[in-house]
Ligand binder design. Structure first.
Ligand code: FAD
Length: 362
């Protein structure tokens, strides 16, 4: 058996722990400052919508290999808290003219994107169905994950396979050497510390910054589609408009913002007003055509996305004589890339196990 300590109990750490537990031959301990059930802006995973809106500019395995897993969960595992929803992307004329230089300057809004072959039922909408100011739109079948159900489900799946969970706040990544529940020094440490990898001793990755996401969670239902527009007119450039209804009574998420370098965890009431106003305009069925006063607010919230300049870090590194596999910096796509990233982490773990001659793969 190899001894593995996973630091982090967000979607990245939990998915890796589950993948490595399924593989067998590993004694796994997950240690984290925050666990599912906690709400802290620096613990991003509970705040995500979360849906699948592919963002890579071209095919990448993170999103490409995750979709089939989430689709299967939505089809066959109701207790995971994932359901199918149709997603409609609206492109504004001005954003297309500016080649999408706004906060979501990625592949999501490109016409004829690579993911039209990945996501079921991808079609471009006819001009007659476009709201004013929109130059084009596309729709496809996606999923929406109720993170308040999915994260505990991941924990349960891990525990059923012998993974042990512990609370700990690490000052340095090498602190993990004393934290395996079997008392042994770990052969491998998995670093899934998200945003806080910028402060963890031994890592201190200054390329990692927050991308502040403010949302409003309401009891109102959309009556149908998830909606996302390529930009907004009435706020700052780092404000967005998206709406998604979570599975299994999880409420509807109205978003949002993508404010880089902003650590403020307190919801801004002016931004909240704009989010709600845009949502009822983009999706009148939310309030039966009434204004924002007909929204039934569950909570206002802020989560800080773990944005990393240059992209996600998934690689192995020896720190103080112990192998570490990093898996952090997923920005706004941590769920929709979670399984693809976990598969890569497993490959790196297998390489290390071969070198160390530990574990069942030998
Ligand atoms: P986290 O969830 O932040 O987990 C980090 C873990 O590491 C925590 O357990 C923490 O306690 C632990 N940790 C950190 N430092 C230490 C330490 N020193 N000692 C011990 N433990 C430590 N993604 C999608 O795919 N689809 C969406 O629709 C989507 N919507 C989003 C909407 C909003 C408003 C926000 C904020 C994010 C959204 N995201 C979405 C992005 C997604 O939430 C993140 O990419 C993802 O949650 C990152 O997960 P993580 O596990 O890497 O980090």
């Amino acid at each position: 058996m190899s001894t593995i300590v996973v630091i982090g109990a967000g979607v990245s750490g939990l998915t890796c722990a589950l993948q490595l537990a399924k593989q067998g031959g590993n004694t796994i301990t997950v240690v984290a400052k925050h666990m599912p059930g906690d709400y802290d802006p620096e613990y991003t995973s509970p705040f995500a919508g979360a849906n699948v809106l592919p963002m890579a500019l071209e095919y990448n395995r993170w999103e490409g290999e995750t979709w089939p897993v989430l689709k299967t969960l939505a089809e066959t595992v109701p207790e995971a808290g994932i359901h199918f929803q149709k997603s409609v992307l609206y492109r504004r004329a001005k954003d297309e003219a500016a080649a999408f230089a706004g906060p979501l300057s990625d592949g999501l809004f490109l016409r004829n994107p690579w993911f039209k072959d990945l996501m079921p039922d991808y079609v471009d909408l006819p001009a007659s169905e476009l709201p004013e100011g929109m130059s084009s739109a596309s729709s496809f079948t996606s999923v929406c994950i109720n993170t308040a159900i999915y994260l505990p489900w991941l924990v349960g799946q891990c525990r059923a396979r012998g993974v042990v969970f512990k609370r700990a706040v690490l000052k340095h990544i090498s602190d993990a050497e004393k934290l395996s529940h079997n008392g042994r020094k770990p052969d491998i440490i998995i670093n899934a510390t998200g945003l806080l990898s910028c402060r963890l001793g031994g890592v201190m990755d200054k390329k990692v910054i927050p991308a502040r996401g403010q949302v409003v969670v309401v009891r109102n239902e959309t009556g149908g589609n998830m909606v996302c527009t390529s930009g907004t007119d009435d706020g700052n450039d780092d404000e967005l408009c998206y709406i998604m209804q979570r599975a299994a009574g999880g409420g509807t998420i109205l978003g949002g913002t993508y404010m880089k370098c902003n650590w403020d965890g307190v919801p801004d009431p002016n931004v909240a007003n704009r989010i709600m106003k845009r949502a009822v305009e983009a999706c009148p069925s939310l309030t039966g055509g009434k204004g924002i006063e007909a929204l039934d607010v569950i909570r206002h919230a802020v989560g800080l996305r773990p944005y990393r300049e240059g992209g996600v870090r998934i690689e192995k590194e020896k720190i103080d004589g112990t192998w570490v596999v990093h898996n952090y910096g997923h920005g706004g796509w941590g769920y929709q890339g979670s399984w693809g990233c976990a598969f890569r982490v497993q490959e790196l773990v297998d390489e290390i196990k071969s070198e160390l001659k530990v574990g069942s793969k030998l």
